[in-house]
Design a protein. Structure first.
Length: 107
């Protein structure tokens, strides 16, 4: 007699089965046969799926209201520094007689 190992299902597969169960187009028995998963397991996945639906939308709001990783003031300071560097390089290139076509980026 061989020992059976438990099957592990990917989150994608669980979501697919739970979504099918939530549609209520097929019975649990039909879904169980279609996906070869126990009806109790499908029922559990469906409950978890429905319970976590509201979390999907609440996470979006938390992300929108969260502070940016880099403070805006620091970004503006970086922009200012880069502008000063660019102006210096432009003036230096003119003094050295380097034509604008060689150092100006083409779009």
């Amino acid at each position: 007699m061989t020992k059976q190992t438990r099957r592990k299902f990917t989150p994608e597969f669980k979501a697919k089965v739970a979504l099918e169960a939530a549609k209520d187009q097929l019975t649990l028995a039909q879904l169980s046969q279609k996906f070869e998963v126990n009806a109790v397991t499908i029922s559990k996945w469906k409950s978890e799926f429905l319970a976590n639906l509201s979390a999907t939308f609440s996470n979006v709001k938390e992300t929108e209201n969260s502070e940016p990783e880099v403070p805006v003031e620091k970004l503006y300071a970086q922009i200012g520094k880069l502008k000063v560097e660019l102006d210096f390089l432009k003036k230096s290139a003119k003094k050295l007689g380097i034509p604008e076509s060689e150092w100006k980026p083409s779009n």
